[in-house]
Design a protein around this ligand. Structure first.
Ligand code: SF4
Ligand code: SF4
Ligand code: SF4
Length: 648
């Protein structure tokens, strides 16, 4: 109970830090004026891409286009202005009722205020384009900022509040001497006394049913991406993958259920079938050290490649071409086909799930971030594992296959390697494996350099993607437009910059800050060790920044998902009568609030993990602070920039 009260008090402090300046700023509102603004549209942007005005201003908007037809879609102000290259008049539709008679005019009046309480809390809206104008149409956007920016001020105040409670915690916890965070602190056995749940979870039928569902989905993705419309916003394959699946994976599955996606992932299905020659039941026999009969060459994966570097490189290659993947359904479809074919071929050559363990780009995401999750698989008694001789979990038996990830449950201390395939729950004859719920973001640090680099890659790419896809800057998007503008030179610069940031610059900064912390605190710990701890502590922030990134990907596209479900190929079908549903974003006015909340939560958890990692140094409070201050200030700085980005 005491624990919960202290959390509540901390939350109250943070909210007060945000609320006080947010209320004060309301008294500094400028008098409303009237302003003329001309908005120029082009592939793929708006000029101006940011409109800042005072709350209550009257904006007199005129429009033009440099190339094809565009629109100025601003749902919060109930307007969708269609702009045509052949006329200086525009057609104004209402987003709330697009069937009502449009107004044809040369100038549109926008009163920059909201009704009631929203007038004080909604400060940022995005204007978008609702006329397909090319492959990167979905990213054409600009922003309208109403001053005073309550959200920005509230967020920055809260950030200071988080830093304040973090400072207090350093001095409080270090005084409480040797606070140790037990390996299974806060873990609760989910299956204890729940035999039905255990049966349901370990049933091969449950897992097979869910895998068949994801398999069907992946075939829909392949078929519609390859053969459907090239308009990615109307292609269900693209939307299933980049809006629904990405959101579900990032914001729901991984934070709460860890690598549960791997439990039902269809990618290794055919490979498993080739190796096992059985859909369900393990085949008795002997293959190398394993107690199952496996087919194929079953070679050992090269020792020098037994790390996270191969998958990091595959991930970076895909990340480099992410715009092409999202904007070109055919490329998306071919990539998914490759992701089905490669693991299948690899399983004929290398033992177990070599693709999952060393190559899978999805595991760059689900692996590290599963360490944040509230679900984990562990043994029940370490003693039983220590005394266990047959190690069925690792080597298999007639009840369960040998662990496809080559793990021994007795040695699992963190989530990232375990693909939650559930075999060990079936194979351990001592019933010594269970699923646990536990506090969010409870794993800290990183085990080795490749894992640390993988974490820093996720951290960096979440920021790069936010700027690239959610930012208002058309010039940034030009750097990745190799589709219709064929900007290969700019793309080369972008690729080089991205790889350098991910592999050199950000790790270099973290290394330098770790070194600075050691020097400041006159600590004799190795720089590498502190560097690995600091790299691992970026995880919560990285995950939360990813969540902030995927929120608009889903919320903005909800209507398009409905439309595309009814007409999956974009061929004019209408299965459910929703193919022509007018575009409506889901709660666009709250998206910046949700993003700010996600980023601040990430900062709080990352700072907490940095502090917890430092406590093992057994320094006094002042030197503990000096050890972690450089990297913490860096993180706070990055958070401020992301808050500025998402809310302003
Ligand atoms: S590691 Fe990759 S391919 Fe393997 S199960 Fe997980 S997501 Fe699927
Ligand atoms: S989980 Fe079971 S099979 Fe594996 S080492 Fe522990 S007791 Fe043995
Ligand atoms: S440890 Fe168990 S659940 Fe995890 S991958 Fe191995 S067999 Fe599957």
């Amino acid at each position: 109970m005491k624990f919960k009260i202290s959390h509540f008090i901390n939350l109250l402090i943070v909210v007060c830090f945000g609320l006080v300046p947010a209320v004060i700023c309301q008294f500094f509102t400028e008098k409303p004026t009237s302003r003329h603004i001309h908005i120029r549209s082009f592939r793929y942007g708006k000029d101006p891409y940011v409109i800042r005005c005072n709350r209550g201003d009257t904006l007199l908007l005129t429009f033009s286009t440099d190339d094809t037809g565009h629109s100025f879609f601003l749902q919060e102000f109930d307007m969708d202005v269609k702009i045509s290259p052949s006329s200086d008049e525009v057609t104004v539709f209402r987003t709330s009722d697009p069937t009502s008679k449009p107004v044809i005019t040369k100038e549109v009046t926008l009163i920059a205020k909201h009704s009631g309480i929203y007038n004080y809390i909604i400060s940022k809206s995005n204007y978008r384009c609702h006329v397909w104008c090319g492959p990167m149409h979905a990213f054409e956007q600009g922003k309208l900022i109403l001053l005073p920016n309550t959200l920005l001020i509230f967020s920055l105040g809260s950030l200071i509040g988080i830093f304040f409670i973090w400072l207090i915690a350093i001095f409080k916890n270090v005084k409480q001497k040797n606070i140790s965070f037990e390996e299974k602190e806060g873990y609760k056995d989910l299956l204890k006394g729940r035999s039905f749940l255990r049966k349901l979870i370990t049933s091969r039928y449950t897992q097979a049913t869910l895998t068949i569902i994801t398999m069907v989905m992946i075939y829909i993705v392949i078929l519609t991406s390859v053969f459907g419309t090239k308009v990615s916003g109307r292609n269900i394959g693209v939307l299933l993958m980049w809006a629904i699946w990405l959101f579900a994976l990032v914001a729901v599955i991984t934070p709460f259920f860890g690598r549960f996606w791997c439990t039902i992932c269809p990618l290794p299905f055919f490979g498993d079938l080739i190796q096992r020659k059985s859909f369900f039941n393990p085949v008795k026999g002997k293959t190398k050290i394993y107690n199952n009969k496996f087919s194929g060459l079953f070679l050992k994966w090269p020792e020098w490649l037994k790390n996270d570097w191969p998958r990091l490189f595959v991930f970076l290659i895909l990340a480099t071409f992410s715009t092409t993947l999202v904007a070109t359904p055919f490329v998306s479809g071919v990539t998914v086909i490759m992701l089905m074919v490669v693991p299948t071929l690899m399983s004929g050559i290398w033992e177990l799930r070599a693709f999952c363990r060393y190559i899978c780009p999805v595991s760059v995401f689900v692996g590290p971030f599963s360490r944040m999750s509230t679900l984990s698989l562990r043994n029940i008694s370490q003693e039983a594992c220590d005394q266990c001789k047959p190690h069925y979990c690792e080597k298999g038996n007639t009840s369960g296959w040998a662990c496809p990830y080559g793990l021994n449950v007795g040695k699992i201390k963190e989530n990232s390697d375990c693909g939650l395939c559930l075999e060990c729950l079936r194979s351990c004859s001592y019933n010594n494996v269970s699923l646990y719920t536990r506090p969010f973001a409870s794993e800290k640090g990183s085990r080795n350099l490749s894992e640390g680099w993988m974490t820093m890659a996720s951290f960096t790419i979440s920021i790069i993607y936010s700027i690239l896809y959610l930012g208002p800057w058309p010039v940034v998007r030009d750097y990745v437009n190799i589709m219709d503008k064929h900007n290969w030179g700019l793309f080369g610069i972008y690729s080089l910059l991205m790889w350098t940031l991910v592999l050199v610059i950000v790790p270099g900064i973290i290394y330098f800050l770790s070194y600075a912390g050691i020097r400041l605190s006159k600590n004799n710990r190795s720089v590498k060790q502190v560097f690995l701890e600091n790299a691992g502590s970026l995880l919560p922030f990285a995950l939360m920044n990813w969540i902030a990134f995927v929120i608009p990907m889903l919320f903005v596209n909800v209507t398009f998902i409905k439309q595309s479900l009814s007409d999956p190929f974009g061929w004019g079908w209408d299965f459910f009568g929703t193919a022509n549903t007018p575009w409506h974003q889901f709660i666009p006015q709250y998206i910046p609030w949700l993003q700010a909340l996600a980023v601040l939560t990430g900062l709080y958890l990352s700072l907490r993990n940095i502090r917890r990692s430092a406590i093992v140094s057994e320094l006094d409070p002042k030197n503990t602070l000096l050890l972690i201050l450089p990297v913490s200030l860096f993180l706070a700085g990055v958070t401020s920039l992301m808050l500025l980005f998402f809310t302003n």
